[in-house]
Design a protein around this ligand. Sequence first.
Ligand SMILES: Cc1ncc(COP(=O)(O)O)c(C=O)c1O
Length: 333
Amino acid sequence: VNDVAYGPSPDVIATIGHWATAINRSPDAYSTRLTAALSRLHNLPAHCFAVGAGSSQLIHDLIRCSIASGVEAIALDPSYTEYRRSAISAGARVRTIRLNREETFRISPDQVCQNLSVDTKLIIICNPNNPTGTVLDPNDIRHLLSAVGNDVVVLVDEAYIEFTPHMSAIQLTDEFPNLVVVRTFSKAYAMAGLRVGYAAFGNDVSKKYSTMVRPPWPLSTLAENAAICALASSTYLDLMVGKLLSDRDRLMQALLARAPVDVLPTSTHYFMLDLARSKLGATELCERLRERNVFIRHCGSFSERLGDRYVRITTQTDLLNHRIVDEIERVLS
Ligand SMILES: Cc1ncc(COP(=O)(O)O)c(C=O)c1O
C-alpha cells in the first residue's frame, strides 16, 4: 500500500478522542456535516457529494452502477488494479490504454478516445496514476469528456491529487453530467485506518448511483468528525504534502547518484525506478530488500507488461529514506 509515513494532524487525533464518548449513538446516516464541509471546500452543491468507507467502496459501487454485463470499460495500463477486478466482476470487458516507458508513462487523452467503441460505457482514469505518478491536466480531461459523449461515465480517481491539487478535475462535475471524481482521506490526509472517501458527481452519474441499494451509515461517528477536522486543518495538510514532496526529491536524487537506476518523473510522493541498468531485476531486488525489512513494490503486480524491470518506491520518514538508499546501493553495487 501507498500510505503516507506520518500521522494525521494532532487536531484530528484529539477529535477522535473527543467523539469516542459518543459512539453508543448511531452516526448521522447521511454524514450531513461532512457533506456540507465538502460543499464549502469545493464550492459545489452538497447534493453532488457521497461519502463511503474509503474510496475503495465508492469505486466498487460506482463501477457496478455504471456498467452491466457485456459492456466495455477502459482503464490505463499500468494502473491501480482494483478497477479491472471490479469491472470484470460486474461482467464487463476491460480494454486497456497502454502507457509506455518511451513517453515516461504519460497519459494521452487522444489515445483514450481512439480506443472508444460502441460498447464503451465507462472510462476510468487514475489521476495522478498509481504506480506511475503521471498526471493529466484538467484541460485534457475536459477534452476527453467533450469527445466521449454523455452515455459514457468518466470516473477520475484522485486518491493522490493533494500532491498536485491544481490538476483536479472536481470542478468539471458541474459542467459534465457523466463525470464522477473520487477522493480519499487515506493518502495525504493520513487517515487510511479510518476509511473515509468521497465522490463528487455530475448529474447523470448521481442518478445512476442513487438507484443502488447501499447499507445505511457508511461512515462511523469517529470517521465523519475526523474528516471534518482534517478538512479544517489545511495548514497541516500543506506542511505534510510540502515535506513529503521535498523529501521525495532528495530521495530520488540520492538514488540516482548512488545506484545504477533511473527514476521516472512523478507528481506524487511515490515514483517508479527503472532497473534496466542494474544487475538485478525487480523480483530479486524486492526479495533482497525484504530480507533486510525494506519493502518496495514490484510493478509487475500492476501490469505483466512491465516485466521484471520496475519497482515503486514510496517516500518514508527521513530515517527510512536514508535506509532505502543505503540498502538499494548496497544490493545493486
Ligand atoms: C489509486 C488508488 N485509489 C484508491 C485507493 C483506495 O484507497 P482508500 O480505499 O483507502 O480510499 C488506493 C489505495 O492504495 C489507490 O492507490
